[in-house]
Design a protein around this ligand. Structure first.
Ligand code: CA
Length: 230
């Protein structure tokens, strides 16, 4: 079955062009022209991926993303116009997985969609791979079943948080620079800001640290990066 992509964009020409190109790529496409319709379709139609414009009528893309994130870990690519004073990090903080700045080429957007979809489906189907379990104290990451537990309690993690945690746990005690983590986890499809790593580390700490303001597991190495300790 082909993946379902929801396109939320108020400019009809752009919306149609994106939908057309996604269909050519073999995706099943749903569209919405404002934030209210977008949020309703995100909830009712359960898309696998959402292409979400920031500047939308009724509810902004940022608020749509924020609401979706409370309910689901569907992949979200945000569209932002050049000159819009929206910091990429704001979008990443509220849970977007990637960003494309307007004007963009359809080729570029399709590449991002493919990369993100590949990533989330790889994780979904990873259970067929050989069992890999990473343990650090009471924290347990099962790479095969894509689950994280802390003292036996399951911790919900989004795809990139999961990969970041698994990466740090595979090399316990080893320090990584932000750039190294960015290059490893965001591949080449993301010309990212190193603060992206900080945002994801903060999310992880909120989930796995007893007190995220005094982290004992993921340690910050001043002027360098991060390390996971026992
Ligand atoms: Ca718009």
């Amino acid at each position: 079955m082909s993946a379902k992509v929801l396109v939320v964009e108020d400019e009809a020409n752009l919306r149609d062009a994106i939908a057309y190109n996604l269909e050519l790529e073999g995706y099943q496409v749903l569209t919405a022209s404002d934030g209210v319709e977008g949020l309703a379709k995100a909830r009712n139609q359960m898309p696998d991926l959402i292409v979400l414009d920031i500047m939308l009528p009724l509810i902004s893309g940022l608020d749509v993303c924020r609401s979706i994130r409370k309910e689901s870990d569907v992949s979200v690519i945000m569209l932002t116009a050049k000159g819009e004073e929206v910091d990429k990090v704001v979008g990443l903080e509220i849970g977007a997985d990637d960003y494309v700045t307007k004007p963009f080429s359809m080729r570029e957007l399709m590449a991002r969609v493919r990369a993100l979809h590949r990533r989330s489906s790889q994780i979904q189907y990873a259970s067929t791979a050989e069992e890999e379990i990473l343990i650090s104290g009471e924290l347990k990451v099962n790479v095969s079943s894509h689950t994280v537990t802390l003292s036996g309690m399951q911790i919900p993690c989004r795809p990139r948080e999961f990969e970041l945690l698994a990466h740090l746990m595979r090399s316990k005690g080893r320090a990584f620079t932000r750039r190294q983590l960015l290059n490893t986890l965001w591949e080449n499809d993301y010309v990212g800001d190193e603060r992206t790593v900080d945002v994801h580390i903060r999310w992880l700490r909120e989930k796995i640290e007893e007190d995220s303001s005094k982290p004992k597991k993921i340690i910050t190495i001043r002027g360098y990066g991060y390390r996971l300790d026992e």
